[in-house]
Design a protein around this ligand. Structure first.
Ligand code: AHN
Ligand code: ZN
Length: 335
């Protein structure tokens, strides 16, 4: 027997389903038998207009480059919004050293739902934007910071909409959403510098070594990076296949079930050093990176990548929807 309740909350439809599994062995009185009751929360509806507005709000601060007032203002906005959605928020302040020895005042923004539970899922994205446009066709503009609408703001915008919905609908598991800082301060390609290890992902490297809770662990982690460009293609990423092959399959199958296989291509793409590598390396959490990377194209990440073309005109609500609804479905299928 199934009872279904539909509740309208804040314009978003959240449906709660209650399942009663009644065991009635023959000859028994079913009303006196123990009934197993399992509560299951239906998958909320991802609002792409809402996610788009969160992307735009970040971009309107200007480039979010560490050690700038725009960066500080955006950090305050992100922390306040996540609190408003009902999360317990920690802003982890981290002094990290960049490729050119600049000390960056980095801030990892950590939003926790059901912080008391041990059984946790981790979702993350970087929130900083790149201080250079090292791939811009106009050489005179390569030292200027970029808007990072897709590279930075898109993943955060999708996760903010997820946080809003998790706050409304609740979840049976603990969920952490982390916005990592200083991901995109990696050594630029336009200055001909000698190769250095580990110049990207400075915020996640710091958090991996000094997590907000001792011995922090999660069942798995999912990273969103560049998830808002028009007609983006998401291939299986190499480190994700190595460390979390089953989760890769589950995410891509879920996307296909929802009708999004035009975005989620079930083939191997690039192997990309990104925040998930350090979360996996230091915390041993299996992680998947959902990242726009087309191995068959010349530009791989897209023509806009690390150029001044990565502005709001680069963002398409349909892509935000495909990623956001898929991610919601994956996490609400969890028991
Ligand atoms: C490298 O280019 C080594 N990694 C890409 C990580 C990245 C930069 N994601 C966004 N911007
Ligand atoms: Zn970047």
């Amino acid at each position: 027997m199934t009872n279904q309740f539909k509740i309208w909350a804040g314009g978003a439809l959240t449906a709660s389903l209650l399942f009663f599994a009644c065991s009635s062995p023959k000859g028994g009185d079913s009303s006196s038998k123990s009934s197993v009751e399992a509560k299951k929360v239906a998958t909320p509806f991802f609002n792409a207009d809402s996610a788009y507005a969160y992307v735009e709000h970040q971009v309107n601060f200007g480039p979010r480059v560490p050690n700038t007032p725009e960066h500080k203002a955006c950090a305050e906005y992100l922390a306040a919004e996540m609190k408003r959605f009902g999360a317990d928020v920690i802003v982890q302040e981290a002094e990290v050293r960049a490729f050119d020895n600049t000390v960056l005042e980095a801030k990892n923004i950590i939003a926790q739902f059901n912080p008391e539970l041990n059984n946790r899922l981790l979702l993350f994205a970087h929130w900083d934007s790149r201080p250079f446009a090292d791939h811009d066709p106009d050489k005179s503009k390569r030292d200027q910071p970029i808007d990072g609408a897709n590279d930075g703001a898109s993943g955060v915008g999708v996760l903010m909409e997820l946080a809003r919905l998790i706050g409304l609908a609740g979840h049976n598991l603990g969920i952490d959403i982390i916005f990592f800082d200083a991901e995109d301060y990696g050594q630029p390609d336009h200055r001909d510098l000698p190769y250095q290890e580990d110049t990207w992902c400075l915020g996640s490297q710091y958090w991996g070594k000094y997590p907000h809770k001792e011995d922090y662990y999660a069942r798995y982690g999912i990273l969103l990076d560049m998830v808002g460009a028009k007609d983006a293609l998401f291939y299986h990423e190499g480190f994700s296949l190595q460390n979390a092959p089953d989760l890769v399959k589950r995410i891509w199958n879920t996307a296909a079930d929802l009708g999004y296989s035009n975005y989620f291509v079930s083939e191997r793409g690039g192997t990309i050093t990104d925040d998930h590598v350090y979360v996996n390396k230091y915390r041993r959490i299996p992680c998947v990176d959902i990242i726009q990377f087309n191995p068959a194209s010349n530009s791989s990440f897209g023509d806009y990548w690390h150029t001044h073309a990565d502005d709001m005109s680069n963002i398409d609500k349909k892509t935000l929807k495909a990623v956001g609804q898929t991610l919601l479905e994956v996490i609400y299928q969890e028991k």
